[in-house]
Design a protein around this ligand. Structure first.
Ligand SMILES: C[S@@+](CC[C@H](N)C(=O)[O-])C[C@H]1O[C@@H](n2cnc3c(N)ncnc32)[C@H](O)[C@@H]1O
Length: 314
């Protein structure tokens, strides 16, 4: 496996969900290593376009190297919460035929010990998808108050022993700042009194800190409403999530948009303000047995799809 390797999850399913057409305009909000992007490019013709986003500079380097010369492609290194503004700036609001999100981290991020995402390998405790912005996991962990650490571990890791772990972190960092992945993993392992079957005791803590440091749920919450005005009528929104916290947000968002907005009774509102701007397409899609056997990362993946209605569209 090399530095560029990332096996795309639910590839055929996502492509089908987007209903890629020859002259369509598409957005891949999470380029990673371009598994989905490449397939989209194979399907669109000369008049099609693909806007690629990733906040990770290495992902964008990969995109530039492979697709930088393709006139149909534009590449932006930015958090996807800026997508609405960018699309508007390009004059493409209401003209996008499909937007794909394949959330979370890529294999090259997880597998590089230097990025600090994995408790399995020794490395600096960083965990930022964009190492050039925001606070590293170590910087945050060495300054955060006990209650803040407890909240993050509970809310983002669903960790039962959040208080014990937070106290152990405070104790240890007063002896010496916590700088590496292995040291944090050992602190957590000592603090957690029970073992879950085939799960490292540090799994939840690492997930929680990663979600916090990268503001992953805030990013998702901010971007979902931006997709609606970006999409053309009939345009598709496809989101692949990897844990229940993300999937819950996506499911709720699509449901609310598909029901139409609920406004307080008695307000003088126009009829069309009640109309649904999205239609949910099918049920949640999960990877089949063959895919999960080949790619264990696919086990937790859930794809949800919605289509932009003509309501309120320009
Ligand atoms: C699971 S990978 C995508 C893999 C890609 N679909 C492929 O087939 O190669 C997720 C990617 O999204 C990026 N990412 C995650 N959250 C992001 C955000 N809020 N803004 C921009 N990029 C983000 C990560 O840096 C990572 O490269």
């Amino acid at each position: 496996m090399n530095e560029h390797h990332h096996v795309p999850v639910l590839l055929e399913e996502a492509l089908q969900a987007l209903q890629v057409k020859d002259d369509g305009v598409y957005v891949d909000a999470t380029y990673g290593r371009g598994g989905h992007a490449q397939k989209i490019l194979e399907k669109i013709g000369e008049r099609g376009r693909l806007l690629m986003f990733d906040r990770d500079p290495r992902a964008c380097e990969d995109a530039r190297r492979r697709f930088g010369a393709d006139a149909r492609v534009s590449i932006q290194q930015a958090p996807f919460s800026t997508i609405g503004r960018m699309i508007e700036g390009l004059g493409l609001a209401g003209k996008i035929n499909g937007i794909l999100f394949d959330l979370g981290v890529s294999s090259p991020q997880l597998d590089d010990p230097g990025r600090g995402f994995s408790f399995r390998a020794e490395g600096p405790l960083d965990m930022r998808m964009d190492p050039g912005s925001g606070e590293s996991a170590a910087d945050w962990l060495n300054r955060a108050e006990e209650n803040e650490i407890v909240r993050v571990l509970r809310d983002y890791g669903e960790e039962r022993f959040a208080r014990r772990i937070a106290r152990a972190i405070l104790r240890e960092r007063s002896i010496e700042p916590i700088a590496t992945t292995r040291r944090l993993a050992e602190i957590v392992a000592r603090a957690v009194p029970v073992r879950e079957k085939s799960k490292d005791p540090a799994t939840r803590t690492f997930q929680a800190i990663r979600l916090h440091v990268n503001r992953e749920l805030e990013e998702l919450t901010a971007v979902l409403p931006q997709t609606v005005p970006a999409l053309a009528p009939g345009g598709r929104l496809a989101v692949i999530s990897f844990h229940s916290l993300e999937d819950r947000l996506v499911k709720h968002f699509m449901r609310v948009e598909a029901k139409g907005r609920e406004l307080p009774p008695g307000l003088p509102v126009r009829h069309d303000q009640f109309r649904a701007r999205l239609k949910v397409i099918g049920k949640a899609i999960r990877a089949g047995v063959v895919e999960t056997q080949r790619n264990p990362r696919a086990r937790s993946a859930v794809l949800r799809v919605a289509e932009r209605t003509a309501e309120g569209a320009a």
